[in-house]
Design a protein around this ligand. Structure first.
Ligand SMILES: Cc1ncc(COP(=O)(O)O)c(C=O)c1O
Length: 287
């Protein structure tokens, strides 16, 4: 079955779907995006993703191309035309197409692209055995809380992680504290059993998986602390994990080659992954 992409009002064969060479997303990374997990045909936490999208668009002063009800119809049509039951939906909204010039163009409609793909996610082995991360300086701009498509520092760090045989890079600020991963939020479980993740200020993207998991912690009887934590604390942690729409909750068992805890996924992360899968499954079942 051939893939279909939505571009500015048209459903096109994926191979032929494109934006103009002077689209500002292409020229300047002048665009916001979202990635939404799809399970059992349901868009997981869709409204939270839309809320974050509107926040990103607002911060960038890019107009929404249509209302939420219309956006949701496009999402469903893209899933339907691609026969996606389990996978991910990607959407990008750029400031639109205009002659290349830094100031915002006037009277230009934003560009909307929506695509979908079948489930990739982590491998069963990665979930069961955990993954490794390396630490690298966080060289991104100072507004990673905006989900913009200017991801060059993120992908350079991810490539370095891959070349080092690691799954992810955890980015470290000038104070020696972890901000987040290149495409995930970072968490530790301390020796005292507290679940720690950095506070959602302008230094990280407030992950939708992060938010969903925070909502589940109290029910699991776990104490959440939102604060910065250092690389030394990661090394001394009882457990560590990352969260994202692509990976849900994934155990991290080593940092810069050193084992975290006993080097195996701990009981807290295994419980939290299960709880998050329940949160996802409930939305799929409600479809
Ligand atoms: C920099 C960054 N942090 C965190 C996340 C996790 O966000 P979410 O849980 O909404 O997928 C992502 C997702 O792509 C990301 O790019």
């Amino acid at each position: 079955m051939s893939r279909i992409a939505y571009v500015n009002g048209r459903y096109l064969p994926h191979k032929r779907a494109s934006v103009h060479v002077e689209d500002r997303g292409f020229q300047f990374a002048d665009a916001a995006y979202e990635v939404i997990a799809v399970r059992g045909s349901a868009l997981i936490d869709e409204d939270l993703h839309l809320k974050r999208l509107h926040r990103s668009l607002g911060e960038l002063r890019i107009a929404a191309p249509m209302g939420d009800a219309s956006l949701k119809s496009v999402f469903r049509e893209v899933l339907r035309r691609n026969a996606i039951v389990d996978g991910a939906l990607y959407l990008q909204i750029s400031r639109g197409q205009a002659p290349r010039d830094f100031p915002f163009p006037q009277g230009v409609a934003p560009t909307l692209v929506v695509t979908a793909q079948r489930k990739r996610g982590p491998l069963a082995k990665q979930v069961e055995e955990g993954v490794g991360v390396i630490t690298l300086p966080d060289i991104r701009w100072r507004r990673p809380d905006i989900k913009s498509v200017s991801l060059l520092p993120n992908l350079l760090a991810k490539q370095q992680a891959k070349e080092a045989g690691a799954f992810e890079a955890w980015l470290v600020d000038r104070d020696g504290n972890v901000t987040e991963g290149t495409s995930s939020n970072a968490w530790i479980v301390t020796a005292a059993g507290e679940v720690v993740t950095r506070q959602a200020d302008t230094s990280i993207l407030n992950g939708i998986t992060r938010l969903g998991l925070i909502g589940l912690l109290a029910r699991e009887g776990l104490k959440l602390v939102e604060r910065p934590f250092s690389v030394a604390e990661v090394k001394a942690a009882r457990e560590a994990f990352l969260t994202s729409s692509n990976n849900f909750v994934l155990p991290v068992v080593s940092v810069d080659g050193a084992a975290i805890g006993n080097g195996y996924p701990g009981s807290v992360v295994r419980r939290l992954r299960q709880a998050y899968e329940g949160h996802v499954a409930a939305q799929g079942a409600a479809q």
